[in-house]
Design a protein around this ligand. Structure first.
Ligand code: HEC
Length: 120
């Protein structure tokens, strides 16, 4: 009896996985990529964001901001994630996860005319 129940639970959890679309998975990774969230520096949909600003010794205002990454290529995103860039930390995500984040950014920004070329 317990065995049957266990099998049922397993089957259920497998089905549950299907309820998460690639888009939702990409959004989830973008928000929480096992490290500092991309959102905190690049904004909810990759539009970029001011992170902090201060006055330097000359009294000039300096702003540190996360860049606009809405329309970056898969190569750019892969390089930045794996190597880090400036204050951006490096992440240890799989290529599939990186592609999924890329797909999320494309979809959330309706960038349809750019897919086939970068889809490797
Ligand atoms: C602590 C802040 C921070 C976090 C967190 C962060 N980034 Fe960045 N990212 C930056 C900054 C700042 C730059 C621009 C660096 C530069 O100009 O040298 C950048 C650059 C990039 C670029 C290159 C943009 C270009 O035009 O070449 C991509 C792509 C990118 N980030 C994606 C991501 C993704 C995806 C995540 C989450 C996995 C993430 N970043 C997390 C701060 C951050």
């Amino acid at each position: 009896m317990t065995k049957i129940l266990m099998m049922l639970l397993c089957a259920l959890s497998l089905f549950a996985e299907d309820f998460i679309s690639e888009f939702e998975y990409g959004q989830m990774l973008y928000r929480d990529p096992r490290g500092v969230s991309c959102v905190s520096c690049h904004g909810e949909t990759g539009e970029g964001k001011d992170i902090a600003s201060y006055r330097n010794s000359k009294g000039e205002k300096v702003t540190i901001s996360g860049s606009d990454i809405r329309f970056v290529t898969l190569e750019q995103i892969s390089k930045s994630i794996k190597e880090g860039q400036g204050i951006m930390p490096r992440y240890f995500l799989t290529n599939k996860e990186i592609r999924t984040i890329y797909a999320y950014l494309k979809k959330v920004n309706n960038d349809d005319n750019n897919g086939s070329q970068d889809d490797k």
